[in-house]
Each structure stands twice: as structure tokens, then as C-alpha cells.
Design a protein around this ligand. Structure first.
Ligand SMILES: NC(=O)c1ccc[n+]([C@@H]2O[C@H](COP(=O)([O-])OP(=O)(O)OC[C@H]3O[C@@H](n4cnc5c(N)ncnc54)[C@H](O)[C@@H]3O)[C@@H](O)[C@H]2O)c1
Ligand SMILES: C[C@@H](CO)CCC[C@@H](C)[C@H]1CC[C@H]2[C@@H]3[C@H](O)C=C4C[C@@H](O)CC[C@]4(C)[C@H]3CC[C@]12C
Length: 365
């Protein structure tokens, strides 16, 4: 990618490119990366929507593969200039075993790093998570903090443990002095078109006669960021890693935009309200001790039923702690380091999400 090769077309690889975030990254690259020559989309499950992208000017190569299989990753990475690694097992509900979460999120990331080193790929952007920092097991608030805010990060749940370990692996590279330049992006709770949990809440509200019941105090802030802005941040970071390697290499960045600071439930109502739902109660209708009890009961039921079926409700001690602990970010690090500005205003993000919930929320899609 030297000066003389300004017009050189680049090969990008997006792992997890058919996931919620991955699909937005893929589409954003096609729209906003002028140097894109080939786009490889690597995923365990390929989406049918990829077919429509294959008719455009950029070569789109769909690769069905597993990040836990080093040889599959190496084959996909070979010849790629830039890798955006979003593939991950996002499970805070006990659907997958801790071992599987570790294999996909930690070993999978190690495979991606090693493939880059072996095949000479120089730029790697990793999708990390807010949970690398917190909320911690002690329920300490992280109130509008930034990347340098001191916070006692204590992980016990397999998912945050795996994301923290994977991000740490990225950092190791810099210490090792390898030619690979990496950075990690830490989204808070992502929302937008394709957000399954938002759709689940919508359907639950419809079943309950157009109502949802407040369980979390409105004063607890939960950080949220629009998927289009998270995707844009990945595309921009990937593009700028070369030019600003000394500054960006080994850095971590929270993903942020103009989304308002609200509780998890009040934030969801920004979209579900215009879709006809109502949040009942200005205060939690269920006492907190009862939620704690129900969350613990769900863990017991999950364990008892495991030989027969997979019982994985939204409420468990970890998700309750997440929803009930203030964790919000306020930072401009990505702006200072690589010129990031959100592409979508809060109004745009809101409208797009509402339209998506209205279009697909009631259907089986
Ligand atoms: N959704 C959020 O709120 C959020 C917040 C912070 C960080 N993240 C991170 O963003 C990334 C994407 O999350 P998402 O919400 O889009 O999840 P998702 O489940 O929609 O997407 C993950 C994708 O990875 C793929 N994948 C899983 N295991 C794989 C394997 N072994 N090999 C290849 N592909 C595999 C899945 O098929 C899926 O398409 C994850 O790394 C996640 O940890 C998500
Ligand atoms: C107690 C319930 C009353 O309505 C609400 C339970 C809500 C939980 C299911 C969600 C609350 C916070 C969410 C998480 C958060 O937004 C950030 C995440 C980071 C990411 O890396 C993965 C997804 C998630 C863990 C997200 C999952 C759902 C919540 C726990």
C-alpha cells in the first residue's frame, strides 16, 4: 500500500460477516471503502443476502468456515490486506458451554492473529466489547467513563472472560514487536436493524397486550450505540490503521455516538413506543429481591432441564446485573486518533431502527 500504488485495490476479510454487526460492516465497506477490490465474507453460517452483493462491481467471496479451525482461517486470510474480526459467540444466556465460548472467542481470535502473521496480513481490527471492562461482579457503576477511567474489571462469566482474553491477545502482539498492526473496538450494547433481542422484546410486548413492565430503575444508565456507527467505526479504523499505525497500533477504543444515556428499558422504548408498546410503571413493578430470586431460579431450571431441553431465558443473574448496573461511556478517543465522527445522527439511528422493528418485528423473518 505504498504511495506508488495509490490506486491499488485492497482485499478485505470480514470474519462473522453474516452476523448482526458483521452484515453492517460488509455493507458499509461496499459503500464507503473506495480502495476495496475484493471482499471476503467468512462465517460459520452464510446468509442468502450475500448473493445479491455478488452482482456489484466489487468481488464478493463468501467463505463458509469456522474460526476455531486454524487451517480454514489461514486459507481465508491468505492474501488479505486487512482483516476485520467480528466473529464471536455472543452468549450471556447459557446457551453454549464455557468451553465452546472460549474456543470460538479466544482460540478463534488466536487463529486469526496467527493466520495474519503467517500470511503477511498487516492490519487487523478486532471487535471487542464493553464487557472487557464491565460491569464488574461487584456492581460498581461506570458512569460516562472513557478508555482511561480507572475501573476494577472483574470477570467471572465465560463471555466477558473470553472477550477480555481475546483483547489481551491483541495487545500481546504490540509487545512482541510484530509487523501486524491491530486495534480493538469496544461497543457497548449495539442496537439497530437486525437486533434480535429488540425484536424479542417487541414480540413479548405484543403478546402482553402492547405492554412491557418496568423491572429496572430509570436512573440506571446502560450504554448503547447504533450498529451503523459501530460498522462505520470499524471501516474507518481499518482504513486508518496503515496511515496512523504508530498512534493506533495496540489501542482500544470504545464505540460511541449520539445515542442518549438511558436505562436499558427506557432506551428500548425509544423504538418500541412508536411501534405501539407502552412501558408500564415509573418505578420497577417487581421488587429487586424477587428479580434476583427469579434469575437464580432460572439458573437452577436451566441446569435441571439441560438433559431434556435448552432452557435459556433472558433473565439470569448476569443479565440482571448488566441491566441493573450503570455502564456508559463518554469519550472522543476515536475522533482524536483516527478522525471518527458518527455517520448516523441519533434521529437517523432511531428512525431506521423503528422502521426495521415495524417491518420485521411481527413477522417470522
Ligand atoms: N451485539 C452487541 O451488543 C455487541 C456488543 C459488544 C460487542 N459485540 C461483539 O461484536 C461481535 C459481533 O456480535 P453480533 O452481535 O453481531 O453477534 P452475531 O451472533 O449476530 O454475529 C456473530 C457472527 O459470528 C459467527 N460465528 C460464530 N461462531 C463462529 C465460528 N466458530 N466461526 C465463524 N463464524 C462464527 C456467527 O455465525 C455470526 O454470524 C462479537 O464479537 C461480539 O462479541 C457485540
Ligand atoms: C432484567 C430484564 C428486564 O426487562 C432485562 C434484561 C436485559 C438483558 C437481556 C440485556 C441487558 C443488557 C444487555 C447486554 C448489553 O447491552 C451489552 C452486551 C454486550 C455484548 O458484548 C453482548 C450483548 C450484551 C451482553 C447485551 C445482552 C442482553 C443484555 C444482557
Amino acid at each position: 500500500m505504498a504511495d506508488s500504488a495509490q490506486a491499488q485495490k485492497l482485499v478485505y476479510l470480514v470474519t462473522g460477516g453474516c452476523g448482526f454487526l458483521g452484515e453492517h460492516v460488509v455493507r458499509m465497506l461496499l459503500q464507503r471503502e473506495p480502495r476495496l477490490g475484493e471482499l471476503r465474507v467468512f462465517d460459520l453460517h452464510l446468509g442468502p443476502w450475500l448473493e445479491e452483493l455478488k452482482t456489484g462491481p466489487v468481488r464478493v467471496t463468501a467463505i463458509q468456515g469456522d474460526v476455531t479451525q486454524a487451517h480454514e482461517v489461514a486459507a481465508a486470510v491468505a492474501g488479505a490486506h486487512v482483516v476485520i474480526h467480528t466473529a464471536g459467540l455472543v452468549d450471556v444466556f447459557g446457551r453454549a458451554s464455557p468451553k465452546t465460548i472460549h474456543e470460538v472467542n479466544v482460540q478463534g481470535t488466536r487463529n486469526v492473529i496467527e493466520a495474519c502473521v503467517q500470511t503477511g496480513t498487516r492490519f487487523l481490527v478486532y471487535t471487542s466489547s464493553m464487557e472487557v471492562v464491565g460491569p464488574n461482579t461487584k456492581g460498581h457503576p461506570f458512569y460516562r467513563g472513557n478508555e482511561d477511567t480507572p475501573y476494577e474489571a472483574v470477570h467471572r462469566h465465560p463471555y466477558p472472560c473470553s472477550k477480555a482474553l481475546a483483547e489481551w491477545l491483541m495487545g500481546l502482539l504490540v509487545c512482541g514487536g510484530l509487523p501486524l498492526v491491530t486495534c480493538a473496538l469496544r461497543p457497548t450494547g449495539i442496537y439497530g436493524e437486525g437486533h434480535q433481542i429488540m425484536r424479542d422484546f417487541y414480540r413479548q410486548g405484543l403478546r402482553l397486550g402492547g405492554r412491557l413492565f418496568r423491572a429496572i430503575p430509570a436512573s440506571v444508565e446502560h450504554g448503547r450505540v447504533y450498529v451503523g456507527n459501530v460498522a462505520w467505526m470499524h471501516v474507518l479504523a481499518a482504513r486508518e490503521l496503515e496511515r496512523r499505525a504508530a498512534r493506533m497500533g495496540g489501542q482500544v477504543y470504545f464505540c460511541y455516538d449520539g445515542s442518549p444515556y438511558k436505562s436499558y428499558e427506557d432506551f428500548n422504548m425509544e423504538f418500541l413506543g412508536p411501534c405501539g408498546l407502552r412501558l408500564v410503571g415509573t418505578r420497577p413493578l417487581v421488587p429487586y429481591w424477587l428479580l434476583v430470586f427469579l434469575a437464580a431460579l432460572n439458573v437452577l431450571l436451566q441446569w435441571l432441564l439441560r438433559p431434556l431441553l435448552l432452557y435459556a431465558p433472558l433473565l439470569n443473574p448476569y443479565t440482571l446485573a448488566m441491566a441493573n448496573t450503570t455502564f456508559t461511556v463518554s469519550t472522543d478517543k476515536a475522533q482524536r486518533h483516527f478522525g471518527y465522527e458518527p455517520l448516523f445522527s441519533w434521529e437517523d439511528s432511531r428512525t431506521r431502527t423503528i422502521l426495521w422493528v415495524q417491518a420485521t418485528g411481527g413477522s417470522a423473518q
